[in-house]
Design a protein around this ligand. Structure first.
Ligand code: ADP
Ligand code: MG
Length: 372
């Protein structure tokens, strides 16, 4: 099996007055694992259904390899498909379910037998051929669906929230199995999920979708460290947002006012650059929980901001402290303790100094629309 590239060029989809996909362009490389990540209603399924051929675009074109397949029937596209609901044929055995796509393609019996055995072995269900779908757990049914989608060796595999119905432990196990299978087979995968951790775990690249558009596309690490908008910053990982006032820029970077008593320097370049900076402008500062440090009150140095510990939450691998900034209302900051930066010495009611590294603060334009 060898993966093929998938090109989506200026594709739009309207249902009457509803715009499901505004305009999407994306080049998926051969053998790449691309996730479509976004909230419910952002257009993920619609985009996948157009690539599968179950929906036709209102505009644009879709290619697999060098071939324009925009209007090609689904069964002529040579793509495998796995849905959230297992969608196995309930009256057929596991073996017959997996053999189905091969029988449809009129492949000879001996070869069907061999390929079904291989596909079932691939998903560790060698011994389950004679079972009926109702005799399998949810995870096993989804493995059968995966075997059925891969048995005819499609160059492209499309998956729509395939693990959405499974519990967390099984989901994490299958994420790794699917990822390792995809790498072994070098099949191109387009994978729909609304679960950011799942997308981070599995993907070579993630396309973050919002309101029928791709808000940002990139590697998991680049989306996490360089979010282009508050929407992406908030959707991938945990992000603290603080309304701040822009004061000016100089050698030490951008100066911002955080509370009446405190200002900060920001040395990162501004995210987006699509807006004019002038003193007095309202901005949104954003910072990840693991980038904030705490020190005992008075020991944090001149750039520290005074705060008070509200809650301390133990989470096994790490600890979260919720800290309010003195003299300002709004939701508390989430601060994540790690082995190297231990903040676990602090507990509820403690007065602390909060330290923001100047290169870890993102600055965004203040909220301009409801769905930026
Ligand atoms: N067949 C349809 N008719 C009308 N509207 C639809 C249809 N399918 C999807 N939509 C609308 O298109 C938008 C995107 O839906 P969908 O692609 O299912 O989003 P997601 O998979 O990200 O949850 C939603 O507003 C949804 O209501
Ligand atoms: Mg969907």
């Amino acid at each position: 099996m060898k993966g093929e590239s998938v090109t989506v060029h200026k594709v739009a989809k309207r249902y009457g007055s509803v715009t499901a996909i505004e305009s999407v362009s994306v080049d998926v490389k051969a053998g790449e694992f691309l996730s479509l990540l976004g909230p419910s209603g952002s257009g993920k399924t619609t985009l996948l259904m157009m690539i599968a051929g179950f929906e036709l675009p209102s505009a644009g074109l879709i290619e697999i390899g060098e071939t324009d397949i925009t209007y090609v029937a689904p069964n002529k596209r040579n793509v495998g498909m796995v849905f959230q609901k297992y969608a196995l044929f309930p009256h057929m055995s596991v073996y017959d379910n997996v053999a189905f796509p091969l029988r449809m393609r009129k492949i000879d019996r001996a070869q069907i037998e061999r390929r079904v055995r291989e596909a079932l072995a691939m998903v560790q269900l060698d011994a389950y051929g004679s079972r009926m779908p109702t005799q399998l757990s949810g995870g096993q049914q989804q493995r059968v669906a995966l075997a059925r989608a891969l048995v005819f060796e499609p160059p492209v595999l499309l998956m729509d929230e395939p693990l959405g119905a499974l519990d967390k432990k099984l989901r994490e196990q299958l994420q790794l199995e699917i990822k390792s299978l995809q790498q072994r087979l070098s099949v191109t995968v387009i994978y729909v999920t609304h679960d950011q951790e799942e997308a981070l775990t599995m993907s070579d690249r993630i396309a973050v979708m919002n309101n029928g558009l791709i808000a940002q596309i990139g590697s998991p690490a680049s989306l996490y460290s360089e979010p282009a908008s508050p929407f992406v910053a908030d959707f991938i990982g945990k992000m603290n947002f603080l309304p701040v006032e822009y004061l000016g820029s100089g050698k030490a970077g951008h100066q911002i006012r955080v509370t009446d008593a405190s200002t900060l320097s920001v040395t990162r370049s501004l995210n987006g650059h699509a807006f004019e900076l002038s003193p007095g402008l309202s901005l949104r500062a954003a910072i990840r929980p693991e980038n904030i440090s705490l020190a005992a009150r008075g020991s944090g140095g001149p750039d520290a901001i005074a705060g008070t510990v509200d809650t301390s939450i133990y989470l096994g691998t790490h600890q979260i402290l919720l800290v309010t900034l003195d003299g300002r209302s709004g939701p508390p900051l989430h601060i994540q303790a790690s082995a190297s930066r231990d903040v676990s010495a602090f507990s509820r009611g403690d007065s602390v100094d909060i330290l923001f590294p100047t290169d870890a603060i993102h600055l965004f334009q203040a909220r301009v629309t409801a769905n930026e």
